[in-house]
Design a protein around this ligand. Structure first.
Ligand code: UGA
Length: 408
């Protein structure tokens, strides 16, 4: 928002985050964000404070970006959203618009209105569609911006903040905006579960899944994005949001079985990778060492929350294996049976199998010969299709299938 020219004041209950931001230090890795932060701090467009009144008493718009973690029953826990609303209640200036950025279930805007309990304050929903690792790009090049409010006038005022961003702009109601977010994430998760199921079928039938996905993606109704098979999807959004959507449907007494099926398919995808490693190593992982490349839930982020890589590693360890992993941005992870190495070659040395679980670009240039000669086995399982399989095979690697391809 500061990069668009607005005067922004950031507030957090954690003073150390505020101090870091003031000093131009980001608490996360996000490509391009450090430069953007330096620019807006230098221009005086972004300030930070640990005093709530200082942050919001003059603000025309207050964006709440607090977490909505998972409750025990899968529903979203709104306690931070409500606590933030109550904390600002008496400080907001008349006419201010409170804008929810946090991913919240349908009906939350009304709960925020009730928590603020003031007729002179408006509440709008402006869901976030940024991907981790591509957040700056997505902010500047969004597919769409969605704003939901009770009145078109309030929705338009919020949308005007994005006047400099060119893209389709959707003005809608509060519940529609809230549902667009969950439905989008859940649809993408369903798409990926289907992609991973079809990729498994491709393998069984001796078809190259990349060719199948390319052929599917050329149908513009399907689209060529989000068709990369992998070890399963993860991260801080899809797992949480799919469970939350299932719980929202449940609260309305509705059955939406596709969501449950996508979640179950994703569990199967994690298990399938572990099965493939075990079968390739003779049916048992006991006493075996497996090298893993990648721990984050996808490339270009330092985030390991609900990472499919971790889920696969837990299964490998659970079946008696020992895992040595390398990730460009993770140098600490507490899990018995897992140790971290500081390079791909260090991870691979002495390992019976090499498993790629995150699609870091640097893995593409790994020297196949060097890695294979350091390993004690030749099994390579590349769940993200980062290696050039032919080059690796000519240096002696074997890329085992989960099942023997049937001759067609
Ligand atoms: C997701 C959505 O894509 C964003 O639009 C949304 O704003 C965000 O959640 C959120 O709710 O905050 P994110 O979780 O950062 O973004 O990551 P994605 O790029 O969507 O990837 C999610 C998972 O799907 C990762 O594990 C990734 O490796 C996997 N994936 C993605 C694939 O396996 N194949 C693909 O083709 C694409």
């Amino acid at each position: 928002m500061a990069s668009l020219g607005h005067d922004v004041v950031g507030y957090d209950i954690d003073p150390s985050k505020v101090d870091q931001l003031k000093a131009g230090i980001l608490p996360i890795y996000e490509p391009g964000l450090d430069q953007m932060l330096t620019d807006v701090l230098a221009k005086g467009k972004l300030r930070a404070t640990s005093k709530l009144a200082e942050a919001i008493s003059d603000a025309e718009f207050v964006f709440t970006c607090v977490p909505t973690p998972q409750d025990d029953d899968g529903s979203a826990d709104l306690s931070y959203v409500i606590a933030a609303s109550q904390a600002m209640k008496s400080l907001l200036k008349p006419g201010a618009v409170v804008v929810t950025k946090s991913t919240v279930p349908v009906g939350s805007a009304q709960r925020v209105e009730a928590a603020i309990d003031r007729d002179d304050i408006h509440v709008a929903s402006n869901p976030e569609f940024l991907r981790e690792g591509a957040a700056v790009y997505d902010f500047q090049n969004p597919d769409r911006i969605v704003v939901g409010a009770r009145s078109a006038d309030v929705a338009q005022r919020v949308m005007d903040l994005y006047a400099k961003v060119e893209c389709p702009k959707v003005l809608t109601s509060q519940p529609a905006a809230e549902l667009i977010k969950y439905a989008s994430n859940s649809f993408l998760a369903i798409k990926l579960s289907f992609v991973n199921d079809v990729a498994a079928l491709c393998e069984a039938a001796g078809a190259d899944s990349r060719e199948v996905m390319r052929g599917m993606g050329l149908d513009t109704r399907i689209g060529n994005r989000f068709l990369e098979p992998g070890p399963g999807w993860g991260g801080s959004c899809f797992p949480k949001d799919t469970r939350a959507l299932a719980s929202i449907a449940d609260s309305f007494g509705l059955q939406i079985p596709l969501i449950a099926a996508a979640i179950a398919s994703n569990e199967t995808a994690h298990k399938r990778v572990a099965d493939r490693v075990m079968n390739a190593l003779g049916g048992s992982l006991v006493g075996k060492t497996i090298a893993v490349l990648g721990l984050t839930f996808k490339a270009d982020t330092d985030d390991t929350r609900e990472s499919p890589a971790i889920s696969v590693i837990e299964r490998l360890i659970g079946r008696g294996g020992k895992v040595v992993a390398y990730d460009p941005l993770v140098n600490k992870y507490d899990l018995a049976g897992l140790s971290l190495a500081d390079s791909p070659i260090a991870a691979a040395t002495g390992a019976q199998a090499l498993v790629v679980l995150t699609e870091w670009a640097e893995f593409k240039s790994i020297d196949a010969k060097e890695i294979l000669s350091a390993m004690s086995g030749k099994v390579v399982i590349d769940t993200r299709n980062v290696f050039d399989q032919k080059t690796w095979e000519t240096t002696g690697a074997t890329f085992p299938s989960t099942v023997s391809p049937r001759t067609i």
